[in-house]
Design a protein around this ligand. Structure first.
Ligand code: ATP
Length: 453
């Protein structure tokens, strides 16, 4: 079997994702919303499986991390304390002619913006680009009926602040001892100037963040620990070894408060290449100290055995659910020739535990009691995992349709089933078929997909 992995699969994925119900453009019938996407029936399952995997490994499988679900709307002062009101900005230039906006560091801009020789990358006019000015990426809105500056609030641009402001609530309620962590999954919003590349950079997205609170002085040791843990987790999703790498932030790249930072990068192929999917940061005591200052409330941990108080240091792991979903799609996509068949097939080779549908169930033909048997089997299996029942078209086409959405197993009810109660299970990747008693199918597949893992 020859396999071809395309250098740039994004374009193919956008079309497959729409056609097969993974991802649609938001408000499509109105022409779409700029870089916002909706997850369809299969996409929501894929992303949910990913989030569940993260939640399980970060929260449920550990004694030292607690989960929370903080609100998106927070007190305005949170964003002053965090530095986002003053500093969460990108330099932006406008074209006076075509009214388009660009990031000042857009490589397509020729010449220095604000001077007569600068050329607009969109309309091609010279001398029409403004000088760079800072543009805040936070979405603003108003709380309550009065639209004045006192009522101005922001949609959160990251989930982390909801964790910092709840640090003592969680620590005291759960009687946790430092070192311990708080994790959450939630929406974040950024009015990105140059969004794009499908769900890679969008204006509304989901983050899975964990803040680990440690004793000062032990922060680098915990930073190294989390860096390795998170890379191991990405590998466990089935992301190819050679497509993952660390990128260490240089002194220039480091945020002013950060002591050290590594990105975990995935190779998206094509023009994107290696890009960040997760950041692991040693943030020192910056966040808690800032919130202490601005709220006037102490955010100190009381170390009882040693009878002392301190502001913990924070090691953060921050991963995008949408960006990692895109990594899963790119990693899984392949087109291949099947021996003895003219038509090739497209496969999404997801790890079975992440696949949106775990099994297709088909009657070989629509007669002789096969549909009834298959429907009953599908119903039984559905109690354990998502199953798709399909009786339309040639059996080969039904297999292909499931390959294209990444279903790892297809179960066929045929003539022999009606005699001895066995069915075939076809493996998506090896194309091997084996005969199994129908009443054993549920446990065989559950074991292979690692239900509960
Ligand atoms: P970038 O440099 O790509 O803008 P960042 O360094 O600002 O990202 P963080 O603030 O560290 O990103 O956010 C952590 C994670 O959140 C990123 O690794 C990414 O997976 C995700 N993320 C950030 N911005 C976006 C976005 N606009 N769309 C989708 N995911 C995003």
């Amino acid at each position: 079997m020859s396999t071809q992995t395309h250098p740039d699969v994004l374009e193919k994925l956008v079309s497959l994702c729409k056609r097969r119900g993974f991802i649609f453009q938001s408000s499509e019938i109105y022409g779409g919303t700029g870089s916002v996407w909706d997850y369809g029936p299969l996409g929501v399952e894929l992303k949910k499986n990913l989030k569940d995997r993260w939640w399980h490994s970060m929260v449920r499988a550990r004694q030292d991390i607690e989960g929370i679900d903080a609100a998106i709307l927070m007190h305005r002062e949170v964003w002053v304390a965090s530095g986002h009101v003053a500093g969460f900005t990108d330099p932006l230039v406008d074209c006076r002619n075509c009214k388009k906006r660009f990031r000042a560091d857009d490589p397509r801009i020729k010449g220095t913006p604000g001077t007569p020789d600068a050329q607009c990358p969109a309309c091609g006019m010279k001398g029409t680009l403004s000088e760079p000015r800072l543009f805040n990426l936070m979405f603003r809105t108003f709380m309550g009926p009065v639209e004045d500056s006192a009522a101005e609030i922001f949609l959160r641009p990251e989930t982390a602040q909801g964790i910092y402001v709840n640090f003592l609530n969680v620590q005291q309620a759960m009687r946790q001892k430092v070192p311990f962590g708080i994790a959450q999954i939630g929406k974040a919003f950024r009015n990105e100037i140059t969004p794009g590349n499908f769900i890679f950079r969008t204006r509304e997205f989901e983050q899975m963040e964990m803040q680990f609170f440690v004793e000062p002085g032990t922060d680098m040791q915990w930073f190294d620990y989390w860096k390795e843990q998170r890379m191991t987790w990405h590998r466990s999703l089935g992301l190819a070894e050679e497509r993952l790498q660390f990128h260490q932030h240089t002194t220039e790249e480091l945020a002013h408060y950060a002591r050290a930072a590594f990105d975990i990068q995935f190779d998206f192929g094509g023009t994107l290449g290696f890009q960040e999917i997760e950041g692991v940061h040693n943030r020192g005591d910056f966040d808690l100290t800032q919130h202490q200052k601005h709220s006037g409330k102490k955010l100190e941990y009381f170390d009882q055995p040693n009878n002392r108080r301190f502001v913990p240091n924070v090691v953060e792991t921050s991963v995008g659910a949408d960006r990692t979903t895109l990594a899963l799609l790119v990693n899984a996509y392949r087109e291949e020739q099947v021996p003895g068949e003219e038509e090739g097939r497209t496969v999404l080779g997801f790890a079975p535990s992440l696949a949106p549908v775990k099994a297709g169930v088909f009657p070989l033909v629509k007669k002789d009691g096969m549909p009834e048997f298959a429907e009953k089997l599908a119903k039984e299996l559905r109690a354990g995992f998502p199953v798709f029942y399909d009786e339309s078209g040639a059996i080969g086409r039904r297999y292909r349709r499931q390959d294209e959405v990444g279903t790892p197993f297809c179960i066929t009810v045929d003539g022999q089933t009606m005699q001895d109660g066995t069915v075939t299970i076809r493996d998506r990747d090896t194309l091997q078929q084996e005969r199994v008693a129908a009443d054993r199918v549920r446990s065989v597949i559950a074991e292979r997909i690692g239900v509960g893992v």
